[in-house]
Ligand binder design. Structure first.
Ligand SMILES: Cc1cc2nc3c(=O)[nH]c(=O)nc-3n(C[C@H](O)[C@H](O)[C@H](O)COP(=O)(O)OP(=O)(O)OC[C@H]3O[C@@H](n4cnc5c(N)ncnc54)[C@H](O)[C@@H]3O)c2cc1C
Length: 534
């Protein structure tokens, strides 16, 4: 009897990254019985898994931390302008200790299914170890970038050397000294790995399918004076950041490119380049919506690549040409293009010589074989939907989420899905999520969910669910806003284009964090417009 009886909870949270940890803290504080189920052996989510060399946040550390508790903010000091993975993981462990979170987190527990029982208005959540939990609410804090893409090259299992994936790098690190190393993929993770390991490899061969725009972070250790300054202005800074489309301060431009004289445009681009980070991506108001304006920024960065990389042919191959600037996630680096001036680094352009197969000795392209001692896959993620689609989630009438999303994800606000009462997604498709400082988006979502649960309880409702109509209207709005921008012109993971067979849909909401928060608040003020309760 005890073996099959489901354990009873108010809320089951899946995932113990930034989202799941805050959800636990917040909802436990509301007197709810909460259990977090996490596949990993520790907290941290993204920062638990992605331990590859050079892994680092790409927005400033001052932004990328919780804001819900001023005490927590005051007591934590970041050592660099952009924190590296070990420090981020230390921070998240500190948060887990500080709020005594671990006692309600069950590690090494992978959820495989969740089923809604309409009669009881409760969910049954099952793990792959056969455990079962009965709960009123489910919060999928499973992450937007937590399902790595499959390695699909023929012969992948034949390779006799060492194989690594950036997503689940060995905890003890890897020594590449004296080795011939190959890396497939030049997105953010690939670029950070390449920069870090190039000096130690005997030779590093980079296999590039699509070049990415990468701009300097201008990272540096923080002096005590800078840290004091951050502390002193924290409250006003946070308020200013939260009023922004990206949920961090990006020095928003005030003019369209056409309103700026040519020499001033260069001055402005240079100013942003020297400051570093995502500011380079937004020099003019219309960079993201107007091709001519976009080309000014693209040409500027292409010029920088030519300046840095000594071999003009190589510089050309590293320069993106097939999509507008900023429509694939901008990479933020420290010394990326300069790596290609090293004698021990070479670039293979997979557009001109595609990979045919992985062999026992290395990688064979249509041109030749590259013998390797180690091969690294930095191939990105089945973003925003991959982790959820893998689960067997069944709502009303046995409707599976996989079927519901067969032609692309549909949600209301990226928070709820019609047919799946009391199941919440955090930073789900249709919310600003990956186009923002994620920690602010996560906090906003968890606060919204916590308020909704409180509202349900104080009004005597058992369930809340998005209506089909509200969901349809929101999905239409998300697509319309995306279509006013240049984003859909890129074959990006934002579009699902990096995963073969995935529906081509612009996944995040590009209307901006500020507009999105206003929409959420307005819906709540209007008695949770678009949600049905029972
Ligand atoms: C390399 C990398 C760099 C990034 N850099 C930035 C950045 O600079 N700025 C930014 O804003 N965002 C960045 N992100 C996005 C980052 O994912 C978010 O900022 C944030 O960490 C997400 O937190 P989360 O808790 O929502 O999800 P995650 O951190 O992904 O945590 C999800 C957790 O759910 C668990 N899980 C998933 N499925 C199951 C299951 N079935 N059963 C049990 N557990 C499960 C996973 O193990 C994981 O621990 C980056 C992402 C990556 C991969």
């Amino acid at each position: 009897m005890a073996e099959s009886a489901a354990q009873q909870f108010d809320v089951i949270v899946v995932g113990a990254g930034f989202s799941g940890m805050y959800a636990l803290h917040k909802l436990r504080g509301q007197g709810l019985k909460v259990r977090v189920l996490e596949a990993a052996t520790g907290v941290g989510g993204t920062w638990f898994w992605n331990r590859y060399p050079g892994a680092r946040v790409d927005i400033e550390s001052r932004d990328y931390g919780y804001s819900f508790d001023p005490e927590l903010e005051r007591e934590w000091r970041w050592s660099e302008r952009y924190a590296a993975q070990p420090e981020l993981l230390r921070y998240l462990n500190h948060v887990a200790d500080r709020y005594d979170l671990r006692r309600d987190i069950q590690f090494e527990t992978r959820v495989k299914a969740a089923r809604f029982d309409e009669g009881a208005a409760r969910w049954t959540v099952e793990t792959d170890a056969g455990e079962s939990f009965s709960t009123r609410f489910v919060i999928m804090a499973t992450g937007c970038l937590s399902e790595p893409k499959e390695i699909v090259f023929p012969g992948a299992e034949d390779f006799a050397g060492e194989v690594y994936r950036t997503f689940d790098w060995p905890t003890d690190g890897v020594d590449f000294t004296g080795k011939r190393v190959g890396i497939v993929g030049t997105g953010s993770s690939g670029i950070q790995t390449i920069i870090s390991i190039a000096p130690e490899c005997q030779h590093l061969t980079v296999f590039q399918r699509t070049p990415n725009y990468s701009v300097p972070a201008q990272n540096h250790p923080l002096t005590p004076e800078e840290q004091d300054k951050w502390d002193a202005e924290r409250e006003s800074y946070r308020a200013r950041a939260k009023s922004q489309p990206l949920a961090f301060w990006n020095d928003p431009p005030e003019k369209n490119a056409a309103e700026v004289a040519q020499d001033e445009r260069i001055v402005e681009m240079e100013r942003r380049w020297n400051y570093g980070g995502f500011r380079v991506g937004f020099p003019f108001l219309d960079t993201g919506v107007d091709l001519a304006s976009n080309k000014i920024a693209a040409d500027y960065v292409a010029g920088k690549i030519r300046q840095i990389v000594r071999d003009p042919g190589l510089a050309d191959r590293l320069t993106p040409k097939s999509y507008p600037f900023g429509t694939k996630r901008l990479c933020i680096d420290t010394g990326y293009y300069d790596v290609y001036n090293r004698d021990n680094v070479s670039l293979v352009d997979l557009r001109s010589e595609p990979i045919e197969r992985i062999t026992e000795r290395g990688v064979r392209t249509s041109a030749r074989e590259y013998p390797l001692d180690a091969l690294i896959y930095a191939m990105g993620f089945d973003a925003m939907t991959g982790t959820l689609a893998k689960l067997d989630i069944r709502g009303r009438g046995g409707l599976t989420l996989r079927d519901k999303w067969a032609h692309g994800p549909v949600t209301y606000l990226g928070l709820m899905i019609a047919g799946f009462p009391n199941l919440f997604t955090v930073t789900g498709p249709g919310s600003p999520s990956v186009l923002t400082n994620m920690v602010m988006s996560i906090e906003q979502h968890i606060d919204w969910i916590a308020d909704a649960i409180q509202w349900l309880d104080s009004n005597g409702h058992a369930t809340i669910e998005a209506t089909e109509q509200a969901e349809h209207e929101w999905v239409t709005h998300v697509a319309e806003v995306a279509d006013t921008t240049l984003y859909p012109q890129a074959d990006s993971w934002y579009m699902g284009a990096n995963v073969p067979g995935k529906p081509r849909v612009f996944l995040p909401y590009v209307g901006g964090f500020d507009a999105y928060v206003a929409a959420c608040n307005d819906i709540v003020a209007d008695n949770y417009r678009g949600f049905a309760t029972a």
